[in-house]
Design a protein around this ligand. Sequence first.
Ligand SMILES: [Zn+2]
Length: 282
Amino acid sequence: MSENGKLSKFWLWELTRPAFEDWLDNEPAPVVVLGIGSIEQHGPHLPLGMDSLGARYFIHEVASRTNSVAFHPVWPGYSPHHMGFRGTVTLSEDTLLNVLMDCIGSLADHGVKRFVLTNHHGGNSNIFSLAIQMAKRYHGVMVTAPRGPSDTELAKIQGERSRKYWDVHSGVNETSGALYMFKEFVEMWRIPEDWKPSLSIDPQLMEYFDTEREDYELVSQVRAASGQPDTDDFSADGIYGLNDPRDADPEEYRKRFEERIKFFEDFIKLWKTIPIPPAYKE
Ligand SMILES: [Zn+2]
């Protein structure tokens, strides 16, 4: 629904054509919030759709607070590195780029000028950034991917945890998110009681996770440079990281989620006060 430009439903596919037109014609600065994730193995306990489910949760919340249209164009992302585990579905790099370009292009054709993007899967990052650059150039629209806030207490705690324990996939950070956003899809009981990190990484490289080291900047990059390409090369159970996913804290995630949503909300509200620059006009 949309009346006088005010949406009461936010997913693009839930709107009728007249409702979409009403929003586009009467909202002073229409924004589409578009997000992507992945369908890939997330250890024994998290759903395959973890990253896309998270993206959907996030974009719908941002859209509903900013009178924006929410759009999740595709469930899979770019996940060839997880194909060694069953259940993963990956798009090729070309497909993902084309999906993003075609979806932004379609909405651009209808007159949407502002796109706020968010990416919830590390493997998509390069394609995602390229799509932003290309969409601006070839579709003549404003496209951006805000990131923040990065200086809060919680941002620091989570960032430090990611670095120190390599908590980037199916570890404490993601498990906290899943338990907060969709605990009905989480099966914590599948983590064996005597669970230990299943990483097989050269012992010298393991030492380079130590964030306290004076030479951390150097050694962490040597470690990254020596990483093997596929998850099943170095992890037996699909969990990266050295900390125990059972230490997950959904309440901490909720607070961090709220900070990030607020940042997007503030970003969009401020952005809407800036007129469309001449280069992007018809
Ligand atoms: Zn993930």
